[in-house]
Design a protein around this ligand. Structure first.
Ligand SMILES: Cc1cc2nc3c(=O)[nH]c(=O)nc-3n(C[C@H](O)[C@H](O)[C@H](O)COP(=O)(O)O)c2cc1C
Length: 335
């Protein structure tokens, strides 16, 4: 079978170091609000070759005010290591305090969100709003770097809008402030999820800094990942939406890039088994009760496409699941 990359590029999936954290396979799970909780992060790690996982964004302000809901996001376990905890906020002192707290609670890496464009984050000056204010952004980064011993990373979008492409300038400033890696989503904040990610910005960031650069945006398979690595020279690839309901993706991509061989898609039985495992882990680690956990999980469970006749009916049933026993009863016939 033909390798995806020319011979010299086949080593493109080499391990990386983010500060003192060793990442065996540089394919990472993107932070996704409401999705990348303990259960999903664990499942991604268990399926192999997901080199680094990240929590969803956590508000530094909510940590400061000890919001009970936010404490529920401190749900990480040893099995996930190495893992990053993503924080957002624009107050340097509050961000430093939150960073220290999550590092003391075991985070391997503290990641700063500079890409989230949802109003509740941007209105308070956090997330993508920082992309328009390099002064505050630098103060936040410096305060966080000073506060913790673990490596600090930053996740940015390419800029605020097409007229303000700031990722390159930000990456340089972040490196100077002591950031150990930067993830670049090749869309502007104003784009939301529309249009295509511009990978050329990732290449420009890679050319501008010496810390590892993780490319992100629209990677759905090994061809995309290989193309991103080859076109941009990035050190790692971060994957978000395509991994939802498909935690096998990291191993499939790594295997295909390393060997040129495409792995067969997982069987319906494997998909059902992992969907059940995902639900079990969610309930086991839940602090909000089984029913609420299953309600919140329904969307994720329906993303495990079984790919067999009757799969649509399974999804319709999962939408009404209320307990773990319901989920198991719906999926067990496919094991
Ligand atoms: C449901 C959802 C939630 C997200 N939440 C976050 C988040 O909490 N923090 C963050 O930096 N990016 C967040 N993102 C953006 C992703 O991390 C990623 O940058 C984006 O989805 C592009 O990558 P993809 O094309 O591989 O999905 C989110 C994306 C989605 C789809």
């Amino acid at each position: 079978m033909t390798p995806l990359l020319e011979a010299p590029l086949q080593t493109a999936l080499r391990p990386i170091h983010i500060g003192n954290v060793y990442i065996e396979t540089p394919l990472t799970l993107a932070p996704m609000a409401g999705q990348t909780n303990h259960a999903f992060r664990t499942v991604c790690r268990e399926m192999g070759d997901c080199g680094l996982v990240c929590t969803e964004l956590i508000s530094s302000q909510a940590i400061h005010y000890k919001s009970k809901k936010t404490w529920h996001m401190f749900d990480w376990t040893e099995a996930e290591r190495p893992f990053a905890v993503q924080l957002f906020g624009s107050d340097p002192a509050m961000m430093a305090e939150a960073a220290k707290l999550v590092a003391d609670h075991g985070a391997d890496i503290v990641d700063i969100n500079m890409g989230c464009w949802v109003p509740k984050v941007v209105k308070k000056g956090g997330g993508a709003a920082l992309l328009g204010d390099i002064c505050t952004a630098t103060m936040v980064v410096e305060a966080v770097v000073r506060a913790v011993d673990v490596p600090v990373t930053v996740k940015v979008r390419s800029g605020l809008d097409p007229e303000h492409i700031t990722a390159i300038e930000f990456a340089k400033a972040a490196e100077q402030s002591g950031v150990k890696a930067i993830a670049v989503h090749g869309r502007t904040a104003s784009q939301g999820f529309t249009g295509k990610a511009n990978w050329d910005i990732i290449r420009q960031v890679k050319d501008a800094v010496s810390i590892p650069v993780i490319g992100n945006g629209d990677v759905k398979n090994a061809e995309d990942a290989a193309q991103m690595l080859a076109e941009t020279g990035c050190d790692g690839v971060m994957i978000g939406r395509a991994a939802l309901g498909y935690p096998w993706l990291f191993h499939e991509i790594a295997h295909e890039i390393r060997t040129g061989e495409k792995l067969p898609a997982p069987s319906a039985s494997k998909r059902a088994a992992i969907a059940i495992r995902h639900a079990q882990l969610s309930v086991e680690s839940s602090t909000i009760g089984e029913r609420q956990t299953i309600y919140e999980l329904r969307g994720q469970l329906t993303k495990y496409h079984l790919g067999v006749p009757g799969a649509a009916a399974v999804r319709e049933k999962l939408v009404f699941a209320e307990t773990l026993a319901d989920v198991e009863a719906i999926l067990t016939p496919y094991l």
